[in-house]
Design a binder for this molecule. Structure first.
Ligand code: F1X
Ligand code: MN
Length: 404
């Protein structure tokens, strides 16, 4: 966490003149104040100070402060080291946000923008290759199940956000299946057939919800998957859930979707331009919508959604499938608990069943469930840091539904 703060401070210092150009000369002093606040936060973490209350009167500030009070009942002086990692980390990002939102001129600044732009620019070749593959399968009348599962796995590896793996995976559509085959062994729980059945048979609802994770290449794979689903009429509406504040560096905000479509449309590559036009049409005609809810950036697991935001739970229940992307969503789905790896997914969800759901996640934190007997031990024997490198992935599904 101190490294993330140091990185962010460095970028703010390095791009200071650009920031002043964008936000005006009055922002110069405030930028110094923000950097001071981030340095203070870093010092608090490194010296293990107790969490202080957040300043502000937004709904989420009130929820954080209520949560901090609740923590003080459980732990004498809750601090970064005696709280669960999920809480400490979410608190850190919310404190980073506070530093900006308490200013006059830097309220809307996303300190992670530079990194998001870099990640997009480094993925252009991959996006062109995946885009050609998508247009190819959209135009021809191929085996939809195989194509969907292929896109689902490409989407999964997009979460690794590490271009070394996706460089291999989307080398080109000829080697496509061969490369994916090679990676299949790294998918240590694969419920992709269940996901296919959920979207291709059930007509109970025409909505599919995608709870997004990272901008850049991962967002691009989400839009490709969503295009395939709409074009083949497995849904009539897809709702993308974004974050409402800059989060875990690369998580998607509404502006990141708009920026991505603008960039794609300005590309010198006809495939990317064509896809951006398709996707802008989906958004303009509300076939695709972008949904903003503050709940996703609270420090709580999803078992608490009903008590914090029952309307959101009910909204997810309108969908025939909710797709949760990435590692942080996985940690919140399963309560940031050290489950025995064989604990069934349904049990580890601890009652969070707004709709059929699936998680597409590369393992970057040491939470795991739903594995076959002995698989965790076998994988650990192959590579001891299997839980945190992102080299392994899961596609996990649960069809239990509890309406409230
Ligand atoms: O949700 P993502 O973007 O897949 O991954 C985010 C994440 O893995 O990055 C941090 C470092 O491991 C973790 O705190 C967090 O879970
Ligand atoms: Mn993320």
């Amino acid at each position: 966490m101190p490294v993330i703060l140091t990185q962010t401070i460095d970028i703010l210092v390095r791009t200071k003149e650009n920031i002043i150009k964008t936000y005006g000369e009055d922002a110069r002093e405030e930028l110094k104040g923000v950097i001071g606040e981030l340095s203070k936060l870093k010092y608090e973490i490194q010296t293990n100070k107790p969490f202080r209350k957040l300043i502000g009167d937004n709904w989420d500030v009130q929820q954080y402060n209520k949560y901090l009070e609740h923590q003080s009942v459980i732990i004498e002086h809750p601090n970064f080291y005696n709280s669960i990692w999920l809480h400490s980390e979410c608190y850190m990002y919310r404190r980073m946000r506070e530093a900006f939102e308490l200013t006059n001129n830097l309220k809307d600044m996303d300190p992670f923008e530079t990194q998001k732009v870099q990640s997009y620019n480094s993925a252009k070749i991959l996006m062109e290759q995946l885009g050609n593959y998508l247009l190819n399968i959209l135009e021809k009348d191929g085996d939809k199940k195989t194509e969907f599962i292929q896109l689902l796995k490409l989407n999964l590896w997009g979460n690794k956000c590490d271009l070394s793996i996706t460089n291999g995976v989307v080398a080109n559509d000829m080697e496509q299946s061969h490369e994916l085959e090679a990676l299949n062994t790294n998918i240590i729980c694969d419920h992709s057939e269940n996901v296919w059945n959920a979207i291709s048979t059930d007509t109970q609802s025409e909505i599919i919800d995608i709870v997004l994770d990272n901008a850049g290449y991962e967002l691009y794979t989400d839009l490709c998957l969503a295009d395939f689903v709409i074009t083949n009429k497995y849904a009539t509406k897809i709702r993308f859930y974004v974050k409402t504040i800059p989060w875990f560096i690369s998580d998607v905000l509404t502006k990141d979707i708009n920026w991505t479509l603008t960039q794609l449309n300005a590309s010198d590559n006809p495939t990317l331009r064509k896809l951006s036009q398709r996707w802008s049409n989906y958004l303009d005609s509300k076939i695709w919508t972008v949904e903003e809810h503050d709940f996703w950036t609270l420090p709580v697991s999803y078992t608490e959604m009903i008590s914090y935001d029952v309307e959101l739970y009910r909204k997810l229940s309108e969908a025939k499938l909710v797709v949760f992307k990435g590692d942080l969503n996985y940690r919140k789905l399963f309560g940031e608990k050290n489950w025995s790896p064989e604990t069934p997914v349904e049990e580890a969800l601890q009652g969070f069943h707004p709709s059929r759901l699936c998680s597409l996640r590369t393992l970057k934190a040491d939470i795991i469930c739903g594995l076959k007997e002995g698989l965790a031990e076998m994988t650990a024997a192959k590579s001891e840091d299997w839980l945190i490198t992102g080299n392994y992935g899961v596609i996990q599904y649960c069809d239990k539904v509890v309406i409230v």
